[in-house]
Design a protein around this ligand. Structure first.
Ligand code: HSE
Length: 374
């Protein structure tokens, strides 16, 4: 089997390759590496089991169509430009994608196998050829509380997200770090001498945030360091952001429900906020249960759903150490904690969950989808 990789140099692509090396996935197929910018150059990574080292042209449809599988983390513009051409040329291979472009198409299946492996198997049996990773908050949420959905216990969910800079890509993380550095520089002498009052220092920080040049905020458009941004992705012009729209649409699709069907879909409402963390997305959840089950039962269901959940006891000590972006960064752990019945009633459950946006949020479901196909 020939598998072509596109967009393997970006953040998600790099994390994907690292995971595949770790799991020795490359021994199972022949890998081809494509490039949108440097076809003909040498592939500059040494990977066990990978022999072909010349980069192929990611815009060459004929060359792409020699692959049985194309796995792309190149982004939605690439998918929009190439996928239709490739299909039109008669190529009938598997397309695995991180981008949003094809997610809601009828002939695409969203992949998150710990939650929907049966749907993936059924799709394969039915000849589906497009397999797409879902939005990162969606994957991380379902990895955390998918069991409660599956057991039919949920009336609706409200999620307030705290999304890391990495969701925008590598450039966004770098922008955040540069802003942090500039802010620190603006008060560095004050921090050493401590002659200015905290209010004077605070004022200098705000002045610095206000005077960032267009270049210094080119990714987020406003400063993220020492700030937060309660809007992610496009404006749908009906009061919600595209990121928020994806929550309801994609979760319901993964659960096998039509998100437009008001009677049968499960209402999921997101409020999406960008915060100055590195690579882990956090979510504060209000879950309306449709029956008053005990916290013990809830914990049991969540814990036994998959081996990556780390149930964190709802105490200050456990929470501040084990339910933070730092505690899960670079791992497949999905932290779930702050589980409690809310004051609104015993059928209202509060929870907080965190996952690495680049792993379960993006690369890992694709890696596992590829394994399924093979
Ligand atoms: N859209 C997400 C974000 C990242 O901006 O955080 C990928 O799903």
């Amino acid at each position: 089997m020939k598998v072509g990789f596109v967009g393997w140099r970006g953040m998600v692509g790099s994390v994907l390759l690292d995971r595949m090396v770790q799991e020795e996935d490359f021994k199972n197929f022949e890998a081809k590496f494509f490039s949108t910018s440097e076809p003909g150059q040498l592939f500059n990574r040494k990977i066990k089991f990978v022999r072909d080292t010349i980069l192929l042209d990611a815009f060459d449809v004929e060359c792409l169509s020699e692959c049985d599988v194309i796995l792309t983390c190149q982004g939605s513009s690439y998918t929009s430009a190439i996928h239709p051409k490739l299909r039109k040329s008669g190529w009938n291979g598997f397309w695995i994608d991180a981008a949003k472009t094809l997610r809601m198409d009828d002939d695409s299946t969203l992949v998150l196998d710990p939650v929907n492996h049966l749907a993936i198997e059924m799709a394969l049996n039915n000849g589906v050829k497009n397999f797409v990773g879902s939005n990162c908050t969606v994957s991380c949420l379902l990895m955390a509380i998918g069991a409660l959905f599956k057991e039919g216990l949920i009336d609706w969910v409200s999620s307030s997200t705290y999304q890391a800079a990495s969701g925008g890509g590598a450039g966004h993380i770098l922008e955040l770090l540069k802003q942090m550095g500039a802010i620190h520089q603006s008060v560095e002498s004050d921090l050493k001498t401590l002659t200015n009052t905290i209010l004077e220092i605070d004022k200098k920080v705000l002045d610095q945030q206000n005077k960032f040049s267009d270049d210094e905020i080119s990714c987020f458009q406003v400063p993220l360091a020492g700030n937060l941004i309660p809007w992610i992705d496009h404006d749908m012009e009906n009061g919600i952001s595209l990121e928020e729209w994806k929550g309801h649409a994609e979760i319901n699709k993964i659960l096998g429900k039509n998100h437009l069907d008001k009677l049968n879909s499960i209402p999921v409402d997101f409020s999406c906020v960008r915060v100055g963390t590195m690579r882990c997305h956090s979510q504060s959840l209000i879950i309306k249960l449709n029956k008053d089950i005990s916290l013990n039962e809830v914990e049991g269901l969540i814990q036994s759903a998959n081996k990556w959940v780390n149930l964190v006891a709802n105490t200050r000590e456990e929470t501040i150490h084990n339910l933070t972006p730092m505690s899960v960064a670079g791992t497949l752990t999905i932290g779930v904690g702050r589980l409690r019945k809310l004051s609104f009633g015993s059928d209202y459950l509060g929870a907080f969950t965190i996952g690495d946006q680049l792993l379960w949020g993006a690369a890992e479901p694709l890696r596992r989808a590829l394994k399924y196909l093979i």
